[in-house]
Design a protein around this ligand. Sequence first.
Ligand code: WQD
Length: 345
Amino acid sequence: MKQERILVTGGTGYIGSHTVVELQQAGYPVTIIDNLSNSNADVIDGIERITGIRPDFVEGDCTDIDTLRRLFETYPDIKGIINFAASKAVGESMHKPILYYRNNLNTLLNLLDLMGPAGVKGIVFSSSCTVYGEPDENPVTENAPIKKATSPYGNTKQISEEIITDVINAGAPFKSVILRYFNPVGAHSSAEIGELPNGVPQNLIPYLTQTAIGIRKELSVFGNDYNTPDGSCIRDYINVVDLAKAHVIAVERMLEDRSDAKIEIFNLGTGNGVSVLELIHTFEEATGVKVPHKIVGRRAGDIEKVWADPAYANEVLGWKAETPLADTMRSAWAWQCRLRERGIM
Ligand code: WQD
């Protein structure tokens, strides 16, 4: 077991829980703080079933600075933070901007405020490819221009990146690695943890798997008249476990002072652009299960095509997304089937 404890905020959520598994398997003691606003404490059991280790869990809200203060007092061995605690639904953020700015920004400000005095060496921040908007060219490198955010959610990611930069440039005694995720999909290969959206899913894969299992009648494909080979939108779908592994490398990089830079930014994607129709086809081929679907009109605000140039992360972090998309689709399906077995969905 390593000495340095990692605080994972939002650690019972989708990407957070997969990251806790990878951290524990790499030997790190982990404390999770989560307010369970969009997740469930049962996730801790799933993490324990996979790793044999139960992470410490604090139910609490990171927007409350006193809660965080107490947490740092309880765990003086925290040396790294991975911050997943945030609201993440693009559509909801249009209706509830204050909630999004409050949750996402106050959480970050509180962590940045307390981590220096608490002796924490670095913070990994979950950012998003939404910062690139509709990119001028694909694949997108980290140097591509940041486009004006089209939602309060996206804006919180841009502002958060700026806050981290300002705080570190002002001489804060810690480092940061900002990770810009493309589209995380799939579940742990054990099917013990996965994505568990509340209500009707807004994202493609949970809607697709819920359609495949019969919870939804058919999947709507939002548009087939885009300027892409088959007319549907293109994204870079990255396996969530591959994504989680990058966080372990990022946090280690800060703890071990492997870089002179105090802030680093990496794209986390596969480098492959896949259309909605191709993805449905890959799922059907991989699982043998048909997905009833129909073409409908475009969804407002959708980007036509975006995929990552992950070369910088590949080279500097020595990390690569390696899970084939078909395996990722099978993992998403196995997770959906497990939810059914457990009577959850
Ligand atoms: C993917 C593709 C849709 C649902 C958003 C955020 C991003 C990140 C992930 C993180 C698009 C199409 C979808 C459906 C469809 N957020 N689609 N039918 O929009 O790329 O990214 O979520 O927390 O920051 O912007 O992801 O999964 O919603 O859509 O045809 O029922 O699937 O049009 O082309 P998106 P998505």
